[in-house]
Ligand binder design. Structure first.
Ligand code: G3P
Ligand code: CA
Length: 238
């Protein structure tokens, strides 16, 4: 059965990358969540998509320009009245002790090379005993290789924005167990052959019914969507 992973939580309805968005995704019945991480000035791992806080919070400036105690004062709830802080990764991993979700942590280290990010994320995941429920992804494939070297027991998956050629061979070379391609760039053939070669395929960001049907029909490993409720309704037909 194709798993449904809620992109930045249930972000079609709730403010992205907030605890509320993750909790609502779990309540809705999603199989997992996806989230993005950056580092603060004092090296705390925070859950936020952009390098700057401007788009998704009440503040302005680079995440790396804030101390953790400062960034926590910002309001990340852009879709409601109740104030919500930017979550720390610790907060999410603690909450994961109360459920059985999988969690895809995307390292946002493509533009800013955060020193020590891989070590910090892996140390936390291991200390919470979550190695078997975490998938680490990144557009930075060097970082993916490094994560594997640090913790081969944690699944890694490179992200792709463009077309891919024989990804199962690439995955073997970088020891990744899965791929996270942009859904519109990946053919049925590539999905099927990757899965036949033991590579998990989790396309992003799949929000249209037509595109969801394609992936359910193919019995794709999972897909990443802003709208887990829509995806769950469609999955009932399969
Ligand atoms: O993990 C898939 C997707 O989240 C990658 O793109 O920009 O939404 O982080 P983006
Ligand atoms: Ca992401």
């Amino acid at each position: 059965m194709t798993q449904i992973i809620a992109h930045r939580g249930y972000s079609a309805q709730f403010a992205e990358n907030t605890m509320n968005s993750f909790i609502e995704a779990e309540k809705a019945g999603a199989d997992g969540i996806e989230l993005d991480v950056q580092l603060t000035k004092d090296g705390e791992i925070v859950v936020i998509h952009d390098e700057k806080v401007d788009r998704t919070t009440s503040g302005k400036g680079f995440v790396k320009g804030f101390l953790f105690k400062e960034i926590r004062k910002l309001n990340a709830n852009t879709k409601g009245f109740k104030k919500e802080p930017i979550p720390s990764l610790i907060e999410v991993l603690e909450w994961m002790q109360t459920n059985r979700l999988v969690c895809n942590i995307e390292l946002k280290n493509g533009l800013i090379p955060y020193e020590g990010m891989e070590e910090k994320v892996i140390e936390l995941v291991s200390s919470y005993g979550l190695s078997d429920r975490i998938i680490i992804s990144s557009f930075n494939h060097y970082s993916i290789v490094y994560c594997y070297r640090l913790a081969p027991e944690i699944e890694t998956a490179p992200l792709f924005i463009e077309g891919i050629y024989m990804p199962w061979i690439y995955c073997k070379s970088i020891r990744a167990k899965g791929i996270h391609p942009k859904h519109s760039t990946v053919s049925d053939e590539i999905i099927k052959t990757s899965i036949d070669n033991g590579v998990a395929v989790r396309p992003y960001t799949v929000n249209k019914e037509l595109h969801m049907h394609r992936l359910f029909k193919l019995d794709c490993t999972a897909f990443i969507t802003d709208d887990p409720v829509k995806a769950l309704r469609i999955r009932k037909q399969y």
